[in-house]
Design a protein around this ligand. Structure first.
Ligand SMILES: O=C(O)CCc1cccc(O)c1
Length: 473
């Protein structure tokens, strides 16, 4: 079997390789560079994405280097809290804290270590892809073969591939090679991103601070012990900022070493098509979002998780659902991020300051203080029928073979059916898990199942339907 060639060994490419190799699919993981990009970019993943890291086999190690986020605070220009939306740091319905803050190089290291453990993944660094063919092959038979032309330490090579995954970031070569264009979702701002380490803990609140000040919108958060991220909006015509002066109000006299200062243009875009033949786009190659709800990297990992089991199934008809499911989900999260950005920066008009005053006043109403933040992840569209189809099943701790384990570890890598005790089903190749009081001592799974006798779960733990619907399998 020709390998799946994955272009780009950042988190999305590495995650794709791991998920495919774990399912027995050989992968060739190519990157321009031999070592991971050393500078921090993403800072947050939610609890649904933590389940993907769990499936990759790195969640425990990741939890040891990340910290639960406490939510979101909206501050005015004098850093006074206008509103606070809290998150519980304890594990939630998906078995992990709802928000997890981290330093991206830590995640990249864990992913590369996991890649190195898998004999079915070959990594080649220093390789630049120049052409991809086979993009219009008839994939109905599943036998299409693509070729990837690249240059690297071995000179120019043409590689045969059963599929090609373009995980090569915002300036994706693969995207251009398959003729996809970018749809603009109407947001473009320049921001200065500053990462720093301080000589002592700043004793800051452990959530994300969004400064809603049209004169200088800003974001501040803690990523690790004495590790902090600041982001400052740049106005038209500004190319540099007085960073020490901007950091000073956050430091309370502590000294900071700036690790990185980089200008980014935050954009909201989605690729016109995410697939040609057996060539797929994932991550920033397929979509870019402003960072204001912390869902950029998560969207890419969701792409990898959505596609890997479908590719590994060897059933080409399943592949049509990749873009159909992922694109609306990614767009919904990008639109939310754009709204959040608008609320923060809100323009320079008089109405913007009125909006902020109203927000502050609304926030002081009794009952609104301490409002909990909800998930920003909508259900996937077009997945099966029935209640909760397209949503991710929860992941309570269950009692299995005498041990307390997270549900996903019991469900395994394939299709699964949760069923009430006493229900007789023909189970085909799906793993049948009977939801008895012994299995589910907290009752969380039984409460979630409600009156449903059975629930069919896809390999990515998305609800495919109620009852036993072998059609979906
Ligand atoms: O959802 C949360 O609790 C945090 C969202 C977040 C994460 C990272 C950056 C950012 O601006 C928002």
């Amino acid at each position: 079997m020709d390998p799946v060639v994955i272009v780009g060994a950042g988190p999305v490419g590495a995650a794709s390789a791991i998920l495919l190799a774990q399912r027995g699919v050989p992968c060739l993981l190519l990157d321009r560079y031999s070592t991971p990009y050393p500078l921090p970019r993403a800072v947050h993943v939610d609890d649904e994405v933590m389940r993907i890291l769990q499936q990759l086999g790195i969640a425990e190690r990741f939890a040891a280097v990340s910290r639960p986020g406490l939510g979101l605070r909206l501050l005015d220009g004098r850093h006074r809290t206008m509103a606070e939306f809290r998150r519980d740091p304890a594990p939630g319905p998906h078995g992990w804290p709802q928000a997890n803050m981290f330093d991206q190089p830590d995640l990249e290291r864990l992913l590369r270590e996991r890649v190195a453990e898998l004999p079915l993944v070959e990594f080649r660094g220093g390789v630049t892809v120049t052409a991809v063919t086979g993009v219009t092959s008839d994939v109905a038979t599943g036998t299409a073969t693509c070729t990837v032309t690249c240059t690297g330490p071995a000179g120019q090579e043409t590689l045969a591939a059963s599929a090609v995954l373009g995980c090569d970031g915002a300036n994706s070569t693969v995207r251009g090679l398959i003729g996809a264009t970018l749809e603009d979702l109407g947001f473009q701002e320049r921001w200065l991103v500053v990462d720093g380490v301080t000589d002592r803990d700043l004793d800051a609140w452990g959530g994300v601070h969004q400064v809603c000040d049209p004169r200088r919108a800003a974001t501040f958060m803690q990523l690790g012990p004495r590790r902090y991220r600041w982001e400052f909006r740049l106005h038209d015509g500004e190319s540099t900022l007085d960073v020490p002066a901007l950091l000073a109000p956050w430091l309370a006299g502590a000294a900071v070493t700036v690790l990185r200062e980089a200008e980014y243009t935050f954009r909201a875009t989605v690729a016109s098509t995410w697939r040609r033949g057996m060539v797929f786009l994932l991550g920033d190659a397929a979509h870019q979002t402003p960072p204001f709800i912390g869902q950029g990297l998560g969207a890419g990992l969701r792409d990898a998780h959505n596609l890997a089991w479908k590719l590994a199934s060897g059933r080409p008809t399943l592949l049509d659902s990749y873009e159909r499911e992922r694109k609306p989900h990614a767009k919904a999260q990008i639109r939310l991020a754009v709204v959040a950005g608008w609320a923060m920066t809100g323009g320079q008009d008089r109405a913007a300051s009125v909006r902020r005053v109203v927000l502050g006043a609304v926030w002081r109403l009794p009952g609104l203080k301490g409002l909990a933040l909800r998930s920003t992840s909508p259900p996937l569209r077009g997945v099966g029928r029935g209640r909760r189809a397209g949503t991710l099943a929860p992941q309570p701790v269950v009692r299995w073979q005498g041990r307390d384990v997270p549900l996903d570890d019991v469900l395994g890598d394939g299709w699964a059916v949760l069923c009430r005790p006493g229900v007789l089903i023909r189970h085909g190749s799906a793993r049948v898990v009977r939801v008895t009081p012994e299995l589910d001592p907290s009752g969380a799974l039984r409460r979630w199942m409600g009156r449903r006798r059975t629930v069919l779960l896809r390999p990515d733990r998305v609800v495919a339907g109620n009852g036993w619907t072998p059609v979906a399998q």
